[in-house]
Each structure stands twice: as structure tokens, then as C-alpha cells.
Design a protein around this ligand. Structure first.
Ligand code: GRF
Length: 215
């Protein structure tokens, strides 16, 4: 676990300044925007970054007067160069926490090293079950009776970083990928702002894999 010697060099500076990274529709981004507007979350979204110019989430950000940037991976020689470009956008904006919200790319060493212990992801299953793509389809195919959503710290291992919070959702006999996804999404929108609140509060620590919130 690369977080063991975590010094979090950037994180303590402006912990409440968020960057949200998206690739698509941005409903989780919207839930964070709404939580901030409703003062359920004390944070500022410094920037929204998408790797796709057609991501509807970009319009959601602009509608909320948030800077929204598209950065096309095809303009970079490799993944690390793309990640370095993202870091270059985040530093001057004094971002303290990076929130992946439907960002359909693996995060590589340049971004992980710049934000140790300060990158969150939301995944539509109860991890460690069903990591990777199509988690809801995997859950249905496996026949689990309960699935859900997980917010976790991002580490080099895909979808396997320390778990900040989870919510369980029943899988019904007549569920389709669409109906199960919709039920999980309701919980995603509830727990992501809550997880961000916990992490930005700073009163937490890691014990091995365990994310522990201090009283
Ligand atoms: C969500 O289901 C999230 O868990 C997964 O990608 C989806 C993004 O949805 N990582 P949205 O773009 O936030 O609407």
C-alpha cells in the first residue's frame, strides 16, 4: 500500500478546494454541486476536468459558474504525459482533493504522487466485489442479492483503495442493468458528498487498509 508513508504534501494546504474529473453525464458532479449549494458540504469546486469534449457534465459545471476544462488524451504521447498535464492544471488552482466522478481512465503515477491520499473515486458496487467496468452488469450476472456503491481512496490498484464509505442496495428479481443502476445511483448521490465531507474534515487516518474516522 503506497499510502503507508503518506505525507500528503499538497493536501493540507487547501483541503476544501476540489477538482472533479469526469467523462460523461456528471450526475455525481451535480450531487456535489447541489450539496455545496445547500451547505451540506463545506467545499469549493475549483475546476471540473473532462477527458471528453462531449461530456454533458461540462455543461453542468458551467451552469453552476464553475471552470470546466476539456483535456483530450489524444494530444499527449502517453498516459503519464496526460496525467502530468492534469497536475499542471490542479496545482495553480490550489486543489486539495481530486474527486473522480465517472472518469473513465486509469489514474497513473504523476497524479497519484502529486495527491497522495487525496484522490477519491466512486464505484457502483460494494467493493471489492465487481471492480472495473460494468459493475452493475457483473452484479446481476453473479446473482448477488445485495449490491451498492463505494467511495474509496484511489491507489495504483484499480478500485481497491481504502474504503471511505459504502451504501447497500437490494437487487430485485426483475432488475435490469438499468433499474439496478438507477437504484444504486440514488445512493451514489447521497454518499459521495458525505464522503468528501469526511475526507476534507481531515479527522481520519489509515490503519493498514482501514479508513478510520477520528471522533
Ligand atoms: C457512476 O455510476 C459512477 O459510480 C461510475 O460512473 C458513473 C458516473 O455517472 N464511476 P455520472 O457521470 O456521475 O452520472
Amino acid at each position: 500500500m503506497p499510502l503507508e508513508n503518506d505525507s500528503r504534501p499538497l493536501f493540507p494546504r487547501r483541503p476544501h478546494r476540489l477538482a472533479i474529473l469526469i467523462s460523461g453525464r456528471g450526475t455525481n458532479l451535480q450531487s456535489i454541486i447541489d450539496a455545496i449549494a445547500a451547505r451540506r458540504l463545506d467545499a469549493t469546486i475549483a475546476v471540473v476536468i473532462s477527458n471528453r469534449s462531449d461530456a454533458p457534465g461540462l455543461a453542468r459545471a458551467r451552469a453552476a459558474n464553475i471552470e470546466a476544462i476539456c483535456i483530450d488524451p489524444r494530444g499527449f504521447s502517453d498516459r503519464d504525459a496526460f496525467d502530468r498535464a492534469i497536475v499542471d492544471l490542479l496545482r495553480p488552482r490550489q486543489v486539495g482533493l481530486v474527486c473522480l466522478a465517472g472518469f473513465m481512465r486509469r489514474v497513473g503515477p504523476p497524479l497519484l504522487d502529486a495527491f497522495p491520499g487525496a484522490i477519491l473515486n466512486i464505484h457502483p458496487s460494494l467493493l471489492p466485489a465487481f471492480p472495473g467496468l460494468d459493475a452493475q452488469r457483473q452484479a446481476l450476472a453473479h446473482g448477488v442479492r445485495i449490491s451498492g456503491a463505494t467511495v474509496h481512496l484511489v491507489t495504483p490498484d484499480l478500485d481497491l483503495g481504502p474504503i471511505v464509505t459504502q451504501a447497500a442496495v437490494p437487487v430485485l428479481a426483475d432488475d435490469t442493468v438499468e433499474t439496478l443502476s438507477a437504484r444504486i445511483l440514488v445512493e451514489e448521490h447521497r454518499i459521495y458528498p458525505e464522503a468528501i465531507r469526511i475526507v476534507t474534515n481531515g479527522r481520519w487516518r489509515l490503519e493498514g487498509r482501514r479508513f478510520l474516522v477520528d471522533p
